[in-house]
Design a protein around this ligand. Sequence first.
Ligand code: AHM
Ligand code: MG
Length: 330
Amino acid sequence: DTGNLAYKVGVTLDRFIKSKQADFPYATGELSQILRDIALASKIVSREISRAGLSDVTGAFGQTNVQGEEQQKLDVVANVRFTRALTKGGEVCAVVSEEEDLVIDLHNSKGKYVVAIDPLDGSSNVDVNVSIGTIFSIYRRLSPVGSPIQEKDVLQNGSGQVAAGYVLYGSSTMLVYTTGHGANGFTYERSLGEFFLSHPEMRMPEDGAIYTINEGLTPHINTNILSYLEACKRRGASARYIGSLVADFHRNLLKGGIYLYPATAQARQGKIRLMYEANALAFIAEQAGGAASDGRQRILDISPEGLHQRTPLFIGSKNMVKQLEEALGN
Ligand code: AHM
Ligand code: MG
């Protein structure tokens, strides 16, 4: 009803960010600006995605990225939109992107922040009109402002994130973020061009009845994980798998469940990238009362050695992640 709509369009993302600025670790307004820059770029990308079938943006770009994957045109579009927004904003000194082999040094001596981003995750789903997402992590640089950026500024543990979030381009476009004081979700009202607070203080159910894994991997994974999945099935859990990490994570965040992307015989570290896929979602999961593990340790405790490092990922409802770790003997 319209009364409810009036309530939902009450608090804009901008207003919310401003009202929470005092909670930020360094309340100078710069982090707020980065979040606003990301939100703006996401609106542009959302627009491109929503007309993907009409414009000439679906399909392959004709090049492969650093992982040897074929880049989709929209991957490239989104990468340009986000890096441009972060470059112009002036708060960021370096960007790590799934689409770029090396760190993008913005040569911005005043920038205090490093951003790791997957501009368009799950992009192979674009051509078939299925949900996709953007994932981002924000770190404070460790070396002094004004000096050249160093490896330690970029290769920080996930526990060093000062903010993180994702945008889900689903049946509606949503932005979810945390600065370490809970997780909040905003839904995009396209006709007004604004994100509105729709999911305040999100909590992930401690238990869930959904397991999310690419079933095709199961002949090649640790048999203890198979036993865990069998136990889920015996308990009556349902399988749900979209093949877009943001969408799969978001559903499980709201409904309760576990997402698994384990190591396989062929891919000893699994598929998911630590720096711009796993860390941000792990931060949000924990802030919402959930958990994220590589099977042995907290995702946020892993010390990255490379920009594009992969990690097995088990993320979701706290008790389910714990039971999975126990099944693995940890
Ligand atoms: P991408 O960054 O190349 O899009 O790959 C990441 C995606 C995740 O969104 C998704 O959870 C996973 O790959 C799906 O992998 P698979 O096709 O092996 O099930
Ligand atoms: Mg990705």
